[in-house]
Design a protein around this ligand. Structure first.
Ligand SMILES: NC(=O)C1=CN([C@@H]2O[C@H](COP(=O)(O)OP(=O)(O)OC[C@H]3O[C@@H](n4cnc5c(N)ncnc54)[C@H](O)[C@@H]3O)[C@@H](O)[C@H]2O)C=CC1
Ligand SMILES: O=C(CO)COP(=O)(O)O
Length: 323
């Protein structure tokens, strides 16, 4: 394929989608922050930090120089949402205005309440595409069957991104709801934490799945209030990702919830693990307040994680109010 494609972020997801797309392009540029990891990838063919047992395809070339991305038609940002603004500022110095930027991050900026797409359009007009779905990176890396959704403001951009991403195993479905797709990714993380807290406390399954049902309903309400389409909640990026991450021990957000539910507090910053949901709680709570939405699930997660209220006390309040 003639398109030049780059990925920024050689972490779990960036490496996995680079591997997938390298099937479709002549050369895939993978931007890495650290020189030693960049050298490892180029010299050994392994991302020794994230996937020491999976050989990368030979046409993946790592670089630490952002100027190398100048020639890219499409750039995927596979970095945490907290790193978006700084990265976009740097990219603005080197990229052409028409470069398509794809966001994979499931986070939101606080206190601006801007989505990653909103941030991209601050620097690069409307040329962005959002990607989200039930997509554990470890499975994508193993070339296991996966579907994702993408959405954008320009149909031709979605089409180009679909072309570079699609393989026999990795399917891409275009939807027409840029607001909804991004919110689904953010809200499923809050639900994953909520269900993790309940699991950590050993709350019974009848209650846990009722809470998940309520979380799905709240997701729809929040999406609609933010100008999204409720149908998006029924997509892979909605229902699929919500259920997957709320119930799977592979999810970092779900695991974080379990730890809080067990009252085991870890040093999250020192762990270096990306817990997007934790960083989104205040933003989602503000979105609810601004739109007069009273989400018991959002309040529950806020009470336990931010206010540090005892999980059982927070759960009793949730259960009293849930209908
Ligand atoms: N891991 C997964 O299964 C999936 C992750 N995502 C989303 O993708 C995003 C990235 O997640 P992961 O790849 O899992 O995280 P990760 O922690 O595995 O990788 C993050 C990458 O970003 C780089 N990075 C961190 N701070 C940076 C900064 N300030 N400037 C430039 N680069 C920086 C790191 O060096 C690392 O290469 C998150 O928003 C996550 O929610 C979405 C779908 C699946
Ligand atoms: O978004 C994901 C899979 O779709 C990954 O979820 P976690 O960030 O909770 O691990």
């Amino acid at each position: 394929m003639a398109l030049n494609v780059g990925v920024i972020g050689a972490g779990a997801l960036g490496t996995a989608i680079a591997q997938t797309m390298s099937e479709n392009v002549d050369e895939l540029l993978l931007h890495v922050r650290k020189q030693d990891l960049c050298d490892d990838i180029n010299n050994t063919g392994y991302n020794t930090q994230y996937y020491p047992n999976n050989k990368l395809n030979e046409n993946i070339k790592a670089t630490t120089d952002i100027n190398d991305l100048k020639k890219c038609d499409i750039i995927f940002l596979a970095i945490p949402s907290s790193a978006f603004r700084e990265t976009l500022k740097n990219l603005k110095e080197v990229l052409e205005e028409e470069t398509i930027i794809v966001t994979t991050a499931k986070g939101i900026e606080y206190p601006s309440l801007k989505s990653m797409g909103d941030l991209i359009s601050e620097y690069f007009d409307e040329n962005y595409v959002a990607l989200s779905g039930p997509n554990f990176a470890s499975e994508i890396m193993l070339n296991q069957p996966t579907i994702t959704n993408i959405a954008s403001r320009k149909a031709e951009n979605s089409q180009k991104v679909k072309e570079v991403l699609s393989t026999k195993q990795f399917k891409v479905k275009i939807i027409d709801d840029i607001k909804g797709i991004e919110l689904c990714g953010v809200l499923k993380n809050i639900n994953a934490i909520a269900n993790g807290i309940c699991e950590g406390m050993n709350i019974n399954e009848n209650a846990r799945y009722s809470i998940l049902t309520r979380g799905f309903k709240d997701t729809i309400e929040i999406i609609e209030s933010f100008g999204g389409n409720s149908d998006t909640a029924h997509e892979y990026c909605g229902f699929g990702d919500l259920i997957m991450t709320s119930t799977s021990s592979e999810s970092r957000n779900h695991t974080l919830g379990i730890l809080y539910g067990q009252r085991l507090v870890i040093d999250e910053a020192a762990s270096g693990i990306v817990f997007e949901g934790k960083n989104s709680i205040r933003a989602v709570r503000d979105i609810c307040e601004n739109n007069n939405i009273d989400s018991e699930i959002v309040n529950f997660v806020y009470d336990v994680i931010i206010e540090r209220i005892a999980p059982i006390k927070a759960f009793n309040k949730l259960w009293e109010n849930i209908e």
